[in-house]
Design a protein around this ligand. Structure first.
Ligand code: SF4
Length: 101
C-alpha cells in the first residue's frame, strides 16, 4: 500500500489582510504635515497614487490627507514634486507597530 502526500497549496493572500495584523498607536499630533497650498499647483499629485496606505485622497481637485493609517514608508516625501511634505517619524512608541505572522 502506498501513501500519497498532497503538496500544500499556498493560500492566496491580500495586502489588506496582512496590514490588518498591524496595530496603530496614533498620536494626537500628525507626524506628517502637508502644505495644501503647494499641492494646488501640483500637476500630477503622485501621492494619491503611490501612498500604499491611501492616506492621500483627491476630492474635487484638492488633496485630503489623513496620517492615522500611515505605514511610515516615506514614499510621499520622496515622490512629492512640490516639496509640500514635512515628514517626521511619530514620537517614540507611537505610530504603526508592525506584526508579522
Ligand atoms: S509615509 Fe508612506 S504610508 Fe505614510 S503617508 Fe507617506 S506614503 Fe503614505
Amino acid at each position: 500500500m502506498s501513501i500519497r502526500i498532497q503538496p500544500r497549496k499556498a493560500k492566496p493572500f491580500r495586502l489588506e489582510d496582512i496590514l490588518n495584523n498591524n496595530v496603530w498607536d496614533v498620536d494626537k499630533e500628525p507626524h506628517i504635515k502637508v502644505d495644501i497650498e503647494k499641492c494646488k499647483d501640483c500637476p500630477t499629485k503622485p501621492c494619491t497614487r503611490l501612498c500604499p496606505a491611501e492616506c492621500f485622497t483627491l476630492l474635487e481637485g484638492n488633496i485630503l490627507f489623513s496620517y492615522e493609517g500611515c505605514l511610515e514608508c516615506g514614499t510621499c516625501r520622496v515622490v512629492c514634486p512640490q516639496e509640500a511634505i514635512e515628514w517626521n517619524y511619530p514620537v517614540s512608541g507611537r505610530g504603526i507597530h508592525y506584526r508579522f505572522s
